[in-house]
Design a binder for this molecule. Structure first.
Ligand SMILES: Nc1ncnc2c1ncn2[C@@H]1O[C@H](COP(=O)(O)OP(=O)(O)OP(=O)(O)O)[C@@H](O)[C@H]1O
Length: 465
């Protein structure tokens, strides 16, 4: 049976956003606020990872395209400073379309969909920052995310974008506040639903002035098989004395949550993607036909050099697989890290921070970080195990979980960068599951021979060019 990946809140789930100069052929971007080029290995390598944001932002077919400037979107001067300080120069399509709707008065709910890595975070963070009255020392915006790692990342965007404001922030994630904390006065609180609900219930968070409620990865947050109950608890504790703007964002809104989303955020403005637009073009998808489950391990090890050219994330279905392969690879002299929901909070924070800083290049993990995590140097994602529905829904047969697949591969190819995903298949069943994913996304997944390292390297080089 599939083991379920639980977040720190005990639910099934699966710093910083980047500064990107919109110049052409920008070699390996830096992480937020830090404008020096990082990851010299990448620059030195024969793989030329180049970014041509300027070109993509003038291509009307790109999700990064915009006709407008940030100035035209009606943002406060202090926020414009924050945006430019992060290295953004032009909005992406979702930012251009969503921000005027999000900032209009009276506030209107929003259900916004846009591909992975296209800048949804900035859209909702700027809305929260725009709506806060900094003279009132009370919580005014709540944001929920499915994992502590994502909550921490969102917070880093709030602080970077709000750098020139007086915004006060606080986390609602496990093991962050002292147990006897009595009152949070911060303007913006970012957290996971179980902890947020608990703090509201205990009145550590005073809800009276809350006017914005954001769900990032909203389809996941509303899914009844996952975090739906806790998210609803939070919503039910919001003030009834005045309207609260509800903002739902995700790259995916599968049919089974779409209707519920509209109920959760009534009368919302909607920005939706067509099914064939779900995944971004810049992620080249491959598969490798392994002989059996054990062979997958051998192939992963043979890929090690390629995995460390930039950074890579290896997704497994079970925590114990992640632990097992990372222990084995470590014992064989490879440097890898592993992260999953069974590790304690401090350890999780340390692992993701090391990976973000590029000190670890290969991260073996579970669905816990399948969504939202934004690390620009990640140019390869490996689905050691394909994501399956029964991780979420025990009654489901072993159907592939297409949404989780989209989010997993979306950890690469951020904001127009090139990326590669490789699926390991090892028998008829896994092959058929992959075929279903291929059909659902309408994109070819290309075979790479497992016994021809040169061909593999060659194909990958081309894909990253
Ligand atoms: N207008 C912009 N100009 C340049 N870079 C941007 C811009 N907007 C966002 N970015 C950068 O693009 C990257 C992806 O943004 P973000 O993490 O918000 O994507 P997302 O749409 O939320 O993705 P996901 O669906 O995976 O959560 C981040 O590194 C962010 O800093």
């Amino acid at each position: 049976m599939a083991s379920l990946e639980k977040d720190e809140d005990g639910f099934y789930t699966p710093v910083t956003s980047a500064a990107v100069a919109s110049t052409s052929t920008d070699p390996v971007p830096a992480e937020s606020g830090d404008k020096k080029p990082v990851n010299s290995d990448l620059i030195d390598s024969t793989f030329e990872v180049t970014v041509t944001l300027a070109d993509q932002q003038v291509d009307p077919n790109s999700p990064l395209y915009s006709v407008k400037t940030f100035e035209e979107l009606g943002l406060h001067q202090d926020l414009l400073k924050g945006i430019y300080d992060m290295g953004f120069s032009k909005p992406s399509k979702i930012q251009e379309r969503a921000l005027p709707l999000l900032l209009a008065n009276p506030p209107t709910n929003m259900i916004g969909q846009s591909q992975s890595g296209t800048g949804k975070t900035a859209a909702f963070v700027l809305t929260m920052l725009s709506r806060v009255d900094f003279t009132i020392n009370k919580p005014q915006a709540l944001c929920l995310a499915p994992s502590r790692e994502l909550a921490r990342q969102i917070m880093s965007v709030v602080t970077a974008m709000g750098k020139f404001t007086n915004v006060q922030t606080e986390y609602a994630i496990k093991e962050n506040l002292p147990r006897n904390a009595t009152q949070i006065t911060a303007h913006i609180i970012v957290g996971t639903p179980g902890t947020m609900a608990d703090l509201l219930r205990r009145k550590v968070i005073d809800q009276s002035e809350i006017k914005v409620f954001v769900l990032d990865e909203a389809d996941n947050m509303l899914d009844q098989d996952g975090l739906g109950d806790q998210t609803l608890r939070v919503k039910n504790m919001l003030p009834r004395t005045h309207p609260v703007q509800i903002i739902l964002f995700s790259a995916t809104f599968p049919d089974h949550v779409r209707a519920y989303s509209s109920k959760f955020a009534p009368n919302a403005n909607k920005i939706e993607l067509q099914k064939e637009e779900l995944s971004v073009d810049s992620i080249r998808q491959f598969y490798m036909d392994c002989k059996n489950a054990e062979h997958k391990y051998d192939i992963l090890v043979s890929l090690y050099q390629l995995l460390t050219i930039g950074q890579s994330i290896i997704f497994c279905q079970h925590r114990h697989t992640a632990d097992k392969i990372s222990a084995r690879m470590t014992a064989e002299g490879h440097k890898v890290a592993s992260l999953h929901g069974a590790k304690d909070a401090a350890e999780r924070d340390a692992i993701i921070d090391r990976f973000r800083e590029g000190r670890d290049k290969v991260l073996i993990t579970t669905n816990v970080i399948a969504r939202g995590i934004d690390i620009l140097q990640v140019n390869m994602v490996v689905n050691y195990d394909l994501p399956l529905m029964n991780e979420r829904d025990k009654s489901a047969e072993e159907r592939p979980d297409v949404e989780t697949y989209i989010h997993r591969i979306g950890r690469t190819g951020r904001f127009g960068r090139k990326g590669i995903s490789i699926n390991f298949v090892h028998d008829k069943k896994t092959w058929l599951q992959m075929e279903q994913i291929e059909k659902a996304l309408g994109r070819k997944i290309i075979r790479i021979e497992t016994n021809d390292l040169d061909e593999m390297e060659d194909k990958m080089k081309k894909a990253l060019k």
